[in-house]
Write a protein that binds this ligand. Structure first.
Ligand SMILES: [Fe+2]
Length: 461
């Protein structure tokens, strides 16, 4: 499946710098050096700026500064960004506790963070995502000539995306021919609104100033940052960086949500890997049911599968971790988790279509499920997919109240309850694709941290 295929772009990392802010950078620096094999420098915080101008590295790794609650490392990151550095900056923290909130880390200008206990594989993953996100952030750079009759748009590499006749006059090519050699310009189609926003800003008194504003286009949110320069050969020019922050918001929100599941698994030691296994089962099952091309369906299903048990953060330990059978009252409490999950997730616009699946993942075709006692076709298909994956995984995993069932027993349990507990077609498709090898593969894949799985998911949908 496409989600696992990936180019190893960490090979392109040639140089890195480690910055020590008070605390030690733990042996993780050795792992990074052994994994990426870059040229590297160890710097103290006051050597950074000099080094930045002389030979900027591809990545800065800044050690977390726990004594001042990261103030020093955050400030340093901010200063590096202010200088116009476009490379990757990663924070290294000793533990999640030393990290502070992940949102603060990204808003300080870091691309990502590492924990000093992270493995080589995870370090590669994190750097891979930092590279992808950075490319995305730098996607739109638009320059306007101050001559009202001529304008052109280029990306950071200087390739022309759009140019009018007047500006093209200096070359022997038509605007069309020029553009054809660059990348597709259809995504830079909002020039008119940019023009009206940016042109009035290009004045002498604004030289050196940066203007920032947020614009809404269709369902996306963009941030436009405009800097006015005085370029001797052209005159006054604005550089416009258009950043699609919708995906950044998605990524951050999803990060927070999956982190709460990871936190939950520190209590019940189950939910995080269970969530990723259910996610992978659902992926295979949707494929088997012929939905591999239906992006909308997959998107809705994948988010819901990953987050289906998030409502358990609202369930008390004495119920969640109870070794014996639950009393009627306790079961009632536990069975509120689909609605709790629904309430948590429905606040997020991009999860709008997934919340119903989270709510209905314990419904049964015979009407004996919860919370809404839906029957047959009233249950969304995605919820039926999650239900069978969820049950199978719960049955084949050790739980506080019982050991895991053998593979064959779990299979016959599903077979016997087709049409009553499980949607007949979905359950049958599940059994038809199931093999002990698939179970083993999914177990191995689900060892990957949930936030990495979530980031990979965002990239494919
Ligand atoms: Fe559940």
């Amino acid at each position: 499946m496409h989600i696992y295929r990936r180019i190893d772009d960490t090979k392109d990392i040639k140089s890195v710098a480690f910055v020590v802010c008070n605390d030690e950078i733990t042996p993780v620096s050795d792992i990074i050096i052994n994994t990426l094999k870059p040229e590297y420098r160890m710097l103290s915080d006051n050597e950074v700026m000099q080094y930045l101008y002389d030979s900027p590295p591809d990545i800065f790794f800044i050690g977390s500064d726990t004594r001042t609650q990261n103030q020093k490392s955050f400030r340093l990151c901010h200063t590096i960004r202010e200088s116009g550095y476009q490379g990757i900056i990663v924070l290294i923290a000793d533990s999640l506790k030393h990290l502070g909130a992940t949102t603060e880390v990204t808003s300080a200008g870091f691309d990502n963070y590492l924990l000093s206990s992270d493995s080589a594989e995870r370090i590669k993953d994190i750097i891979h995502w930092a590279i992808i996100n950075r490319k995305r952030k730098n996607k739109y750079i638009i320059q306007f000539d101050d001559n009202p009759d001529s304008f052109y748009i280029t990306d950071r590499d200087g390739r022309i995306h759009e140019i009018n006749k007047r500006a093209a006059m200096g070359s022997n090519l038509t605007p069309k021919e020029i553009v054809r050699n660059g990348i597709n310009i259809s995504r830079v189609g909002t020039l008119k609104s940019f023009k009206s926003i940016i042109r009035p800003l290009i004045t002498e008194e604004n030289i050196g100033k940066v203007f920032s504003r947020t614009v809404y286009e269709r369902e996306s949110i963009f941030q436009i940052k405009t800097k006015i320069h005085n370029v001797p050969t052209i005159g006054l020019v604005a550089t416009v960086v258009k950043t699609d922050i919708t995906r950044t918001i998605y990524a951050r929100t999803l990060d927070i949500l999956v982190n709460s599941i990871t936190m939950l698994s520190q209590r019940d030691n189950y939910t995080a890997q269970h969530s990723s296994r259910v996610f992978y089962y659902c992926m295979h099952l949707a494929d088997r049911l012929g939905y591999s091309r239906n992006k909308k369906f997959l998107r809705e299903l994948y988010f819901a599968a990953l987050l289906h048990d998030i409502g358990k953060i609202g369930i008390r330990d004495h119920i969640l971790l109870k070794p014996g059978k639950l009393t009627k009252k306790e079961f009632h409490m536990l069975s509120t988790h689909p609605v709790k999950g629904y309430k948590i997730l429905k606040r997020y616009e991009f999860l709008r279509d997934s919340v119903e699946l989270v709510r209905s993942h314990h419904e049964r075709p015979d009407g004996m499920g919860y919370p809404d006692k839906l029957r047959g076709n009233q249950i969304p298909l995605g919820a039926s997919i999650i239900a069978v994956a969820d049950s199978f995984d719960a049955m084949t995993t050790n739980r506080p109240y019982r050991g895991s069932l053998p593979y064959e027993k779990a299979v016959s349990e599903i077979k016997e309850n087709l049409g009553t507990q499980y949607n007949k077609d979905v359950g049958a498709a599940f059994l038809s694709m199931l093999t002990p090898k698939l179970v083993e593969d999914i177990r191995n894949m689900s060892r990957k941290p949930l936030d990495i799985i979530a980031q990979e998911l965002l990239e494919t949908i």
